[in-house]
Design a binder for this molecule. Structure first.
Ligand SMILES: [Ca+2]
Ligand SMILES: [Ca+2]
Length: 131
């Protein structure tokens, strides 16, 4: 499932992709959720789709905390699939603009399209709901 589909899924259920704004929240989510998911990770509600390098949460909360894995966010794409070329891709698929959290609780900027055999998309999306 790509990030947009995950975001739409959460909206449909009355929530949004999960937003993490502190170390304690990240620890909580790691303990409760990511430790039991596949190595492909899960989508969170952050993206730099609008402006490369400027990360925003889907609920517009201030981006004040991050838990990037080193050397993320690397906006990688062209480096790993040069043969695919950028010209046929929609804008949102060029580079990596979507926040995902790995099993180990660290973050990566991921791509939101299938890249053929190189599909690094998360298999799941983590939704957050207001109580
Ligand atoms: Ca990016
Ligand atoms: Ca990345």
């Amino acid at each position: 499932m790509n990030w947009h589909a995950g975001n739409a899924f959460c909206s449909q259920k009355g929530g949004y992709l999960a937003v993490i704004t502190s170390e304690s929240e990240n620890d909580f989510i790691k303990a409760k959720f990511t430790s039991s998911i596949s190595n492909h990770g899960t989508w969170l509600g952050g993206s730099d789709e609008a402006t490369e390098g400027t990360w925003k949460w889907v609920d517009n909360e201030k981006w004040s905390y991050s838990k990037w894995s080193v050397p993320e966010p690397n906006n990688m794409y062209f480096e790993i699939t040069p043969q695919a070329g950028p010209s046929t891709l929609p804008d949102y698929a060029k580079g990596e603009h979507y926040l995902m959290i790995w099993k180990n609780g660290l973050w990566n900027d991921g791509m939101s399209v299938n890249r053929g055999t190189y599909n690094y998309q998360p298999m799941s999306s983590l939704c957050e709901f207001e109580l």
